[in-house]
Design a binder for this molecule. Structure first.
Ligand code: HEC
Length: 157
């Protein structure tokens, strides 16, 4: 028995279907390429937008205000999300630093959003980025600086 039914060859639609299939494959390849492109420099990281001093201050703020839910090692607990590693990084990759700052300063600590000073929020965000492998630099993160807020987050592997 032939593996292909004989009527397939006579099917007037076959040529059209093949073209559609080829186009679909080409589209899939293109979409993959578009998704792959930003990952090409996967070892690149956000330009330094916060200082080492902020990381240190942020570590203490995190311990006092965040660790109770997110864990001392940022590992998360139950429904409290992990704040380090792939899950966190995939969520924030490609988004502006201002989005992360706004989310944290508006919503965290859960139930007491906005309760810390802007400097404290800036420091704890610096510690979050540091914990996710972004290197500190010479200048502190100033959350009133539009240029800093517009920096696109990129995490290394
Ligand atoms: C009472 C528990 C609690 C405390 C304290 C708390 N959080 Fe959260 N946090 C949550 C919960 C629950 C979510 C998920 C809510 C959501 O995504 O809308 C969350 C989400 C987050 C996220 C987003 C997670 C993601 O995957 O993007 C960040 C960032 C964050 N918290 C940072 C902080 C920081 C920084 C502090 C301390 C200043 C803090 N949280 C304190 C419970 C808490």
């Amino acid at each position: 028995m032939p593996s292909t039914p004989p009527n397939v060859r006579q099917d007037p639609d076959r040529r059209g279907r093949r073209t559609v299939a080829a186009a679909a494959t080409a589209t899939a390849v293109l979409v993959l390429a578009l998704f792959a492109a930003p990952r090409a420099g996967a070892d690149e990281q956000s330009v330094a937008v916060f200082s080492e001093a902020q990381v240190e201050a942020g570590a203490a703020i995190y311990t006092q205000n965040c660790a109770v839910c997110h864990g001392t090692a940022f590992e998360g607990m139950g429904s409290f999300p992990v704040l380090a590693g792939a899950v966190f990084q995939e969520r924030w990759e490609g988004r502006p630093l201002g989005d992360l700052y706004a989310f944290v300063s508006t919503n965290m600590p859960l139930g007491a959003g906005g309760s810390l000073e802007p400097d404290a929020y800036a420091a704890v965000v610096a510690r979050l980025l540091d914990r996710n492998g972004v290197e500190p630099g010479p200048d502190a993160f100033d959350p009133t600086d539009e240029a800093a807020l517009g920096v696109v987050l990129t995490f290394g592997d």
